[in-house]
Every structure is written in C-alpha cells, then in structure tokens.
Design a protein around this ligand. Sequence first.
Ligand code: IPM
Ligand code: MG
Length: 351
Amino acid sequence: MKALIAVLPGDGIGPEVTIEAVACLKAIATRFGHDFTFEEAPVGAVAIETLGDPLPAATLALARRAHAVLFGAIGSPRYADPTLKVRPEQAILGLRRELDLYANLRPVTCFDAVIDASPLKPELLKGVDIMVVRELTGGIYFGEKTRTETRATDLCVYTVTEVERIARLGGKLAQSRGNKLTSVDKANVLETSRLWRSVVTRIMQTEFPSVALDHMYIDAASMHLLRRPADFDVVITENMFGDILTDEASMLPGSLGLCPSASLGAGTSGIYEPIHGSAPDIAGQGIANPYATILSAALLLRYSLGLETEAKTLEAAVVSALTAGVRTADLKPRGPAATTQHAGRAVIERL
Ligand code: IPM
Ligand code: MG
C-alpha cells in the first residue's frame, strides 16, 4: 500500500524518539512490501523559534494531506512564563481541533518482561490491559478563557453529540474486548458530568445492552486504578480527566515511555503520539525511551492504514526487545541501560 505519513518531531526528546519510530515503519514497509513516504515539518517551540508560529500553516496543511501523522512531543521550559500568549502546546491543541480528532485512545498494557519497573506490586499488575478513551476536542481545554489582573476563568462545555460519539466508540471497543465499560466523571459536582452520565447511560442501554456499564467518579477512579487495575477494561472520560488519569495509569506498565496513543476522528486519519511530553531534562542525551513512539507507530498502522498484521508484528517486536532485556534508563534505574538508538535497533532486528 502507498501512504504519506507526516512526521512532526517537535521539541525535547520528540526528535530522538520519532527517528526510531520512522525507522521501524520503514522496516515494516520493506518487510511487507509497502510504499510509505515520510514528510517532516516543524511544530511546537522549534516552530515558534524558526517561523514565529507553533503550528505553521504548512505544517497543518501537511497534516491534512497525509494519511496519518506521527507526532513526537512538544513543550519547552523556555515557555514556562505564564504571561506568554504564544506557547508550544497551542500546536497540538490546534491540530486536534483542526483535524477534528475527538477521540484519544490510550492503551495501557502491562508487559510481563518489565513488570518490576512498576512501583506497584506485581500481583496487582498481572494481565492489566486497559483501553482509555479520552475525549479530546471539548471540555475545559477548549471552552472560552478569560483573564484579568484579578480573575481568570476556563469554561467547561460538553454537548450531547460530543458525548454520544465517545460513548459509541467506548461501546464498540468494549464489545471487541471484555464487554466492560467504565465511564469516569464528576457527576456529583459538575453539570457537564451529569450530562455526560445521562448520555452515556442512554447510548449504552439502547445500543450496547450487552456491555456491562459502570460509572465512577474521577477521584474514586484514580484510587481504584491503583488498587485493582486488572478490573478495568475500557474507560471513557472527558478531556482533562483523561489527561490526568492516563499519566497516573502509565505507572501500571511502569513508565510513560511505554504508553502510546492514537487521536482519531470520523475519517481514517489520525495523530499518533506517545503520551509522554518533551522531557527537556533528558533531551539530546540519547537516553529517552522510544518504545511509546514505536507503539504509537503500530497504532498508526492499525487505525489509519488498516494494516493489522503489520501493527501486531511491530508490537510483538517491542515485546520481544523488552523480553530480551533491552531497557532504557526509565525502565532500568540501576546498571547500564540501553540508549534510544539501541532500543530502536533492537526492535528493527526483530522485524
Ligand atoms: C497530552 C499532553 C497535552 C494535553 C499537552 C501537551 C497540551 O499533556 O497529550 O496528554 O494536555 O493534552
Ligand atoms: Mg498529558
């Protein structure tokens, strides 16, 4: 198959991990006889500094034209000043909104080979395989914002349509997995959550009656995720809760460096990115974990290109590298660790 893949490496460790994921996609193309073209464009702090815009028009145009977008990370301590009007994060938020990628799939899988990397007890982690669906283009992230000298507001808005499409996706995913859906909200306090809960209940009762539905408050969900993670299957939640809950969930596999994501909309295009950030503290040292980005590339093969066998092959190669003990420093606090490049090569050797 022929496909154009937009590569937006971004800031910090973004470029280092993206290079490895692109190399893996090239190896997949060779092995399975595909014709992938890669086109790179600046985004984030690097784009502000070279072109004055975190999301330059040419970058957005490339993202629209491509079959899928492979994204590294954005963010820089140079933009920590809270009074700044132009910030790197505007790029990823703008891309999600412009491409209408309203659903963010964040699989959280515990790999047996690195179970010791988690701060949690191994007996809690056996068989943990959660699919979090985070709503991505609504809620407090995108509502009206105001700020004066003495007061600031962020409006949280959800419409029935926005909740319905997440509920349907959650229902479909649950049917293809363990038939269990947990919807996370804060319906005891927030009006948007009460709307969320009633819409999810209606959609599940009418369209997915065989899926077991459970509602949980975000505070309780944060606790149960650590206390009994194996009980979760598919989780749906609003934008900000999903952002926070998935960083917490990354401690189940043991590192943000093992957590990929896919941002999807109504069509087949999507943005594929690790859930970790730009990690400026370790950028440029060649020690970042590339597995989350490589696993995101596998999701790209699966969801945007419909290449399930290729996706599974890439995922299996990552598991095999982990099993062979190829661990970057985040997975190996003591002793010599694999470099970013070493980990990427280990995956390619196994393809
Ligand atoms: C994420 C990130 C982003 C978000 C930031 C960089 C805007 O934390 O993808 O989880 O909050 O969505
Ligand atoms: Mg986040």
